[in-house]
Design a binder for this molecule. Structure first.
Ligand code: GAP
Length: 460
């Protein structure tokens, strides 16, 4: 990955490390490429996004139910889904510096040529004829191009035998949903059209990971498989696109930064008849944030054939049975977090000439909703501040801080994206009022201490 691509994210990556949002994975061992930990504030942000998604798409709707399926699915799943044969990138290795490179990316960058559908042999020939060089060391010394499956495999011991079976870590959560389609239909009161939603980890052995949490080898997806009659697909697709746009504005993403991008017919995944991406204008370029695909009846049909269990929908009134078609809205959790961080981050120059870093998060997703400070670390002030902190704690993610100058404490909360701070001072002891400070405007107002909880409940 070139430095040019990394730089625009630098202040955000630095803030995430400094403030406990996101840490590089396995750092004490020198790091483990393209893995990250969500720190104390990052995990709050992530949970807020996941909980809001679940509330929006599962708990607030009568046509969608939830599922939490396994990461390891029967190996035949991946034969049926087409992932074993088709889920691969074409890669080359630089024999000089050992860099592993996606051949299509190299050709696109250097020759502005799309090699979709070309064989590894044809791709090797293009690289040779054009004498393309390694972006890392500048040499033209590559291995032949070859397919590289993106699924991570692992070994499972067979019972009573010493042989081992290969199992795969799921590269999408979707397949766990298809495998339990029949269970959900048989055990609940769902009626077509209906959806099954899942939030969970997916794993891909990405060859060119990078751009912080944009492309990871281990990441989280929030997916819905929405089962419909075939003739409903166009309407359902359009209405899901609207739902996805509403979600983007619900979490506070700037409208001007997101767009809808149609996939060209020849670039569709093996299962899709139509796909659009919601793309986001990241600092390193416009890239996929979410996807919406019409998966037809491909997955349920393939699993019916492979498993021998027909995954029909039985319409008892119309006396018909058929395999439903599927519209799939899919949302990456880590890309949501990255888009929100990029959207919310501002290095603001104040009138004083000072710079303040702020995360202008929507209060709904902010990791901490309110920070409570005593003006100084004096027993009469800290006691009162702690009392208020205990009062609000059952209602909001709150933080108590008595360390350092008050200005520095405000700045720290600005960097965490905390929408409100409440300060207890000597006037509080006289008249029972406190200072309520709003993050974006930095305006401070006095309100009675007894009104703090209600005021915050109204604003958050
Ligand atoms: N079930 C369909 C599916 O998996 P996808 O476009 O390959 O479709 C869905 O992935 C979403 O998962 C993407 O829109 C993106 O948000 C997220 N995603 C995919 N690969 C990722 C990766 N390597 N790292 C982080 N997020 C990723």
């Amino acid at each position: 990955m070139s430095k040019k691509i990394l730089d625009p994210l630098k202040p955000i990556v630095a803030l995430c490390k400094r403030r406990g949002f996101i840490y590089p994975g396995s750092e004490i061992y020198g790091g483990f490429a393209n893995t990250y930990s969500y720190g104390p504030y990052g995990v709050e942000l992530k949970r807020n996004i996941q909980n809001l998604w679940w509330k929006t798409f599962v708990q607030s709707r009568t046509d969608i139910v939830g599922l939490d399926g396994p990461i390891l699915l029967h190996p035949k799943t991946w034969e049926a889904s087409g992932h074993l044969s088709g889920f691969s990138d074409v890669l080359i290795d630089c024999k000089t510096c050992k860099a592993r490179i996606r051949a299509d990316h190299l050709i696109e960058q250097k020759l502005n040529m799309d090699v979709e559908g070309k064989s590894p042999e044809e791709i090797t020939a293009i690289i040779q004829e054009n004498k393309l060089t390694c972006p890392k060391c500048g040499e033209h010394n590559f291995t032949d191009a070859r397919h590289f499956n993106l699924m991570f495999s692992t070994q499972m011991s067979k019972t009573n035998e010493n042989e081992a079976d290969v199992a795969y870590l799921r590269p999408e959560t979707a397949q766990a949903i298809f495998l339990d389609y029949k269970n959900v239909v048989d055990t609940t009161r769902v009626k077509l059209p209906f959806g099954i939603a899942q939030i969970g980890k997916a794993f891909r052995n990405e060859i060119t990971p990078g751009n912080f949490v944009f492309r990871l080898i281990e990441f989280e997806q929030m997916e819905i498989e929405y089962f419909i009659r075939e003739e409903e697909w166009e309407n359902s697709f359009e209405s899901w696109l609207e739902e996805m746009k509403k979600w983007c504005s619900l979490i506070g993403l700037k409208k001007a930064k997101t767009q809808v991008k149609e996939h060209a017919k020849e670039k569709l995944s093996h299962y899709s008849k139509r796909t659009v991406d919601i793309v986001y204008d990241f600092p390193f370029g416009v890239n996929e944030l979410y996807g919406l695909a019409y998966r037809t009846d491909f997955d349920l049909s393939r699993h019916s054939e492979e498993s021998g269990h027909p995954l029909y929908w039985h319409d008892l009134e119309k006396k018909e049975k058929f395999i439903p078609h599927v519209i799939e809205p899919t949302f990456g959790v880590d890309r949501t977090i990255l888009a929100l961080l990029c959207d919310a981050f501002e290095e603001e120059t104040l009138e004083s000439g000072e710079t303040r870093n702020v995360l202008h998060f929507d209060p709904k997703i902010a990791p901490i909703k309110v920070a409570i400070f005593p003006l100084m670390k004096k027993p009469e002030l800290t006691a009162k501040a702690k009392e208020l902190f205990q009062e609000v704690l059952p209602y909001f993610a709150a933080e108590y801080d008595e360390t350092g100058a008050i200005g520095k404490r405000y700045r720290r909360q600005d960097e965490l994206g905390t929408p409100f701070c409440v300060t207890i001072d000597y006037d509080t002891l006289e008249d029972n009022t406190v200072t309520l400070r709003e993050r974006d405007s930095m305006k401070q107002i006095r309100i009675p201490i007894k009104d703090v909880k209600r005021t915050l409940l109204e604003k958050i």
